[in-house]
Design a binder for this molecule. Structure first.
Ligand code: GLU
Length: 230
């Protein structure tokens, strides 16, 4: 088994993170598996080398040693997401080519205006898929005018089931999941893309993390499938 602890170095190691690391470490050790430490530092502005050092020190102090990751390396290096941007861009391109994702040329202002109007009228708003149905000519015209583009995942209709080993099966209806952005127009991945792309590449077998990630899981399961992974 291969487990990972994947902190974002935007703060010190806190008790909740230490607890997640401990459960991953215990499960890896119990099965003679591998415990991977991966630093999720794609948010350059909020991440810092001091925080990374603080997290490594905290884990060492707790006796939670890692088999792959910063300072020790490993077969899936680098273990800093900021050094893996090309992989995420390649994954996004693969998903566009296979039709699982599409370029979105909507500007933040357009999206904000639609969201605000919908919120005034009825409450919620999910991206209205304006760019999901663009023709090849539409796309060519936008490309020619140099409009910035993000990449959005095309969420399939129907129910996504997550077999959570702690909570049991959880079902999510695709109708309630927005076609979420996986690559921003500045070429930076969003959390969903980087985490799934790395979990696939690093051959992670079990994802053990806080309940605060339950609502992220269906999106990530859909991304796994779209990338052809279990
Ligand atoms: N980097 C994420 C966080 O610190 C964790 C990602 C994950 O475990 O999937 O919340």
């Amino acid at each position: 088994v291969r487990l990972r602890f994947a902190p974002s170095p935007t703060g010190y190691l806190h008790v909740g993170g230490a607890r997640t690391a401990l459960f991953n470490w215990l499960l890896a050790r119990r099965h003679g598996g591998v415990f991977v430490l991966r630093i999720e530092d794609t948010d350059v502005e909020r991440s810092s080398a001091d925080m990374v050092e603080g997290i490594l020190e905290g884990l060492r102090w707790l006796g939670l040693d890692w088999n792959e990751g910063p300072t020790v390396g490993g077969p899936h290096a680098p273990y800093f997401q900021s050094e893996r941007l090309d992989t995420y861009r390649a994954a996004a391109a693969t998903l566009v080519a296979s039709g699982h994702a599409y370029y979105c040329y909507c500007t933040p202002e357009e999206i904000k205006a639609k969201r605000e109007a919908a919120e005034k009228a009825s409450g919620g708003w999910l991206y209205d898929r304006t760019c999901a149905a663009l023709t090849a000519e539409d796309i060519a015209a936008r490309e020619q005018s140099g409009r910035p583009r993000a990449v959005r995942f095309r969420v399939p209709a129907g129910v996504t089931r997550v077999d959570d080993l702690v909570h049991g099966p959880i079902e999510f209806d695709g109708a309630n999941i927005e076609d979420f952005v996986i690559l921003r127009s500045d070429g930076h991945p969003t959390y969903h893309l980087s985490v799934v792309s790395d979990d696939v590449e690093m051959k992670i077998t079990h994802v053990v993390r806080g309940d605060d990630h339950i609502s992220n899981t269906p999106k990530q399961v859909l991304l796994y499938r779209a990338l052809g992974s279990e």
